[in-house]
Design a protein around this ligand. Structure first.
Ligand code: COA
Length: 193
C-alpha cells in the first residue's frame, strides 16, 4: 500500500476524518436517491456491482436509503461521496456485515457519476474509509467481491494491497455467459505498511 508514515496519516485523520483533497464522505440523505436511482439502472455500473438485472424505481432507491438511515444494527456504514468544492454527489462507499468480534467487514464502492471516474475519487474515498475502519473502528480485515472482468476495480484494490483469497468459478451470469467472481481482502497491518 502506498500510505507511508502511518502515524502522521492517522493524526491527520483524527482531525478531519471524512475530508480529503477532492472528496468528502458524508452520511446519506433521502434526496440522494434522485441521482443514485440512475446509477442503479445503468447496466455498466449494475453489472460491475454484481447487482441483479432488475429495474430499480425511485421508491425502491429511496427505501434503501431510508433503511440505512434507520438502521440500528451497528453492522454497516454507508457514506455518500461528495466533491469538496461543488458538493456534487458522485458515489457511495460502504462497509457492511461488520463483525465486531472477529473485527472483519465487507466493502463496496461505486463512483456513479461517470464523468468523475478516472480522477482518483475512488482512491481518495477508500483511503479515508480504510483509515477510519482500521484506525478508529479497529477492524482487522476488510474483504470484497469483484467480478474477474472488472480490471479497473481489481487494479484499484491491488493498489491498496488487497490480495485474492478465492475465486468463485462461473458465479455470475451476465450477457449470455457466466463469469468468475474474486474474493479479495486486506489486513490492517498491510494497509499501514
Ligand atoms: C471501479 C471504480 C470504483 C473506480 O473509481 P475511479 O474513481 O474511476 O478510480 P480512480 O480514479 O480513483 O482510480 C484509481 C485506480 O483504479 C485503477 N483504474 C482506474 N481506471 C482504470 C482503467 N480505466 N483501467 C485500469 N485501471 C484503472 C488504477 O489502478 C487507478 O490508479 P492510478 O490512477 O494511479 O493508475 C469506478 O469505476 C466505479 O464505480 N465503477 C462502477 C462500479 C464498480 O465497478 N464498483 C466496484 C465493484 S467491486
Amino acid at each position: 500500500m502506498a500510505i507511508k508514515n502511518a502515524n502522521s496519516k492517522e493524526k491527520i485523520f483524527e482531525i478531519l476524518p471524512n475530508l480529503g483533497n477532492k472528496v468528502k464522505l458524508r452520511p446519506l440523505q433521502l434526496l440522494d436517491s434522485e441521482l443514485s436511482v440512475h446509477w442503479r439502472n445503468d447496466p455498466e455500473i449494475r453489472d460491475n456491482l454484481l447487482s441483479a438485472p432488475f429495474p430499480v424505481t425511485n421508491e425502491l432507491e429511496r427505501e434503501w436509503i431510508e433503511s440505512i438511515l434507520l438502521d440500528k444494527s451497528n453492522t454497516k456504514i454507508v457514506y455518500a461521496i461528495e466533491t469538496i468544492f461543488q458538493h456534487n454527489l458522485i458515489g457511495f462507499i460502504y462497509l457492511v456485515e461488520i463483525d465486531w468480534v472477529s473485527q472483519v467487514a465487507w466493502f463496496g464502492i461505486m463512483i456513479g457519476e461517470k464523468e468523475y471516474q478516472g480522477q482518483g475519487m475512488a482512491k481518495e474515498a477508500m483511503r479515508l474509509l480504510f483509515s477510519y475502519a482500521f484506525a478508529r473502528l479497529n477492524l482487522r480485515k476488510i474483504s470484497l467481491e469483484v467480478a474477474a472482468f472488472n480490471h479497473k476495480a481489481i487494479n484499484l484494490y491491488k493498489f491498496f494491497g488487497f490480495e485474492e483469497e478465492g475465486r468463485m468459478k462461473n458465479q455470475i451470469y451476465l450477457n449470455n455467459e457466466f463469469h468468475d467472481v474474486l474474493i479479495m481482502s486486506i489486513f490492517k497491518k498491510d494497509f499501514w505498511s
